[in-house]
Design a protein around this ligand. Structure first.
Ligand code: AMP
Length: 542
């Protein structure tokens, strides 16, 4: 028998409308690329989203289902795009600004972006590849200073686009299962893959993660969104904060520790998100130069890479600020788990509590996880048995965009994460390793396979195997193990770095190299990354 409740669409427009009704006075504060501070209310956001919707539909000719790209920092205009684009039934495709030109070109052509909204400071990155972009009809420049010039053709300025647009717009009735946003995973060993979020998945993710068990966000909070809007929709925070009625602070490109500390102080930020590298930088800067007054910051939510127990401990001891670890993936919208201690842990000593908080945590309602051993059986929840972490849930993808990638899904409908983990009897998941051949440095992926094939195209290099080694600042850095074609014909580190700089951006290029006689192999002749890691992962021979 069907239930007799209303079929109420869970869409991003539902979020925006609610924010305007319940919290029209709450604030969005942007520290813009040129250093100026901009503040307006959720009510202003609402009105400008309607102007943007008119501009998209009438001036730019965007139709439902069209892809609209954004190449931008975190600020109020990007927030307007987060609501305006899906509001008219189009898809907000956020493009990662940190990728190599080749990856960016592939992503834009693959997604078939029709228009791209680009921050003036980032225009040079698109100018380089614009002739190869097959589908882009127009570029809308955001935050352009006077005298701004570009070689991009068919451009228009964002404010000129919105000017004179009506604040009246009737949102179309959308099916909550329609697409609203898209991000590509840059971390794949093959080509980047698009993850297409639906209105429903976005709504459910946002409304779940605001819970005190998760991001702990309410209308009492001033939230600093450090995770870029070009990275997995800033972890859904632009939607969560509107539902929760939390003030939002957007730092654009002001991501250096000193700038973040200044923003934390000035805006009296109570909560924030970010990858470990950011928080390590902030902690070290605060230690060097302790703030005169205690910050209003109560806690910071960390994900993307493991949050070191030493950082949780140091921040709390020295500044009374709590670090909370979360885990997730582009494929999981992204938040899947969070590690908070519970009353049953109260009697534990601090070290034991820290061990729990340094795990990746328990799943959110709406997400299920399991560990599958090498032999295909499900691992017990004993905190010891390792295997591949698999997930399913209301905001987990069921297919990539334009490509199914069957090997990443099980026949019974679970997504294979490529993370190797344990789950303990209380449900806390702990990542111990990774099956995917990737390095995660400062929150950005580096493909070891792409580096290996580039290095092996160097005439003096016969074989190259690249692994991750631990790094205090960046969490991980790549180490390249090199077998020379001719032992007597050495190749210098500088020569290899220069050679790689043709295809890779700076952060992707290894600065650690070891020369080895041969690459250890598995029984089937593949590079034995486990053995290579065992031998070199501590960087011992570097
Ligand atoms: P991405 O799709 O770029 O967000 O990357 C997702 C991957 O980042 C996961 O599959 C993990 O390998 C890694 N990751 C995310 N959060 C954590 C965490 N808290 N601890 C360790 N690894 C993490």
């Amino acid at each position: 028998m069907e239930g007799l409740m209303m079929d109420y669409p869970l869409t991003t427009t539902t979020i925006l409308e609610y924010g305007n009704r319940a919290f029209h006075h709450k604030r969005v504060i942007s520290h813009l690329p040129d250093g100026t501070r901009h503040e307006y209310s959720f009510g202003d956001l609402y009105r400008r989203c309607k102007q943007l919707a008119n501009a998209l539909a009438n001036t730019l000719g965007i139709e439902p289902g069209d892809m609209v790209g954004t190449f931008a920092w975190n600020h109020y205009q990007h927030l307007e795009l987060y609501y305006g684009i899906p509001g008219i039934g189009a898809v907000c495709h956020t493009i990662n600004i940190r990728l190599s030109p080749q990856q960016t070109e592939f992503i834009i052509n693959h997604s078939e972006d029709k228009v791209i909204f680009v921050d003036a400071t980032l225009v040079p990155l698109l100018e380089k590849i614009a002739p190869q972009l097959e589908t882009v009809e127009k570029y809308i420049i955001v935050n352009a200073a006077s005298g701004f010039q570009t070689t991009l053709s068919n451009t228009m300025h964002y404010e000129a686009l919105l000017e004179n647009q009506s604040e009246d717009f009737t949102w179309p009735q959308l099916d909550e299962n329609e697409a609203c946003g898209m991000c590509y995973t840059s971390g794949t060993t093959g080509l980047p893959k698009g993850v297409l979020y639906s209105h429903r998945s976005t709504y459910l993710h946002a409304s779940t993660i605001l819970s005190p068990n998760a991001a702990n966000c309410s209308n009492q909070d001033v939230m600093l969104l450090i995770v870029p809007q070009f990275h997995v929709m800033a972890w859904g925070f632009p939607y969560m904060c509107v539902l929760a009625g939390a003030d939002m602070v957007m730092p654009s490109l002001h991501l250096q520790p000193e700038a973040l500390i200044r923003i934390l102080q000035e805006e009296k930020v109570t909560k924030a998100n970010g990858v470990p590298t950011i928080w390590l930088g902030v902690y070290e800067a605060m230690k060097k130069n302790p703030p005169k007054e205690r910050l209003a910051l109560e806690e910071y939510l960390v994900g993307g890479s493991a949050l070191p127990a030493s950082l949780i401990e140091g921040f709390e001891r020295d500044f009374g600020i709590r670090g909370v670890q979360a885990w997730g993936m582009t494929e999981t919208s992204p938040l899947g788990t969070v590690a908070r201690i519970q009353p049953k842990h109260a009697s534990m000593n601090q070290k034991e509590q820290l061990t729990i908080r340094a795990k990746q945590g328990i799943e959110f309602p709406g997400i299920e996880m399991r560990i599958v051993k090498d032999d295909g059986t499900i691992a017990p929840r004993d905190g010891k048995t390792m295997g591949e972490l698999q997930v399913k849930g209301a905001w987990v993808l069921r297919s990539y965009f334009k490509t199914m990638n069957k090997e990443q899904f099980t026949e019974d409908g679970w997504f294979k994460t490529g993370d190797v983990s344990t789950i303990d009897m209380d449900g806390y998941m702990h990542i111990t390793d990774r099956t995917k051949d990737l390095i995660k440095s400062g929150g950005e992926w580096i493909s070891s396979v792409a580096l290996e094939s580039a290095l092996m195209s160097h005439p003096k290099i016969r074989e190259a195997a690249v692994i991750a080694i631990p790094d205090d600042t960046w969490s991980e850095r790549p180490l390249a193990c090199i077998v020379l074609t001719n032992e007597n014909e050495k190749v210098s580190k500088e020569e290899m770095m220069e050679f790689l700089s043709r295809d890779f951006v700076k952060y992707q290029i290894p600065e650690h190299y070891v020369f080895i006689a041969q690459v250890p192999r598995t029984s089937v002749g593949k590079f034995d990354k486990k053995e290579i890691r065992r031998l070199y992962a501590e960087g011992k021979l570097a």
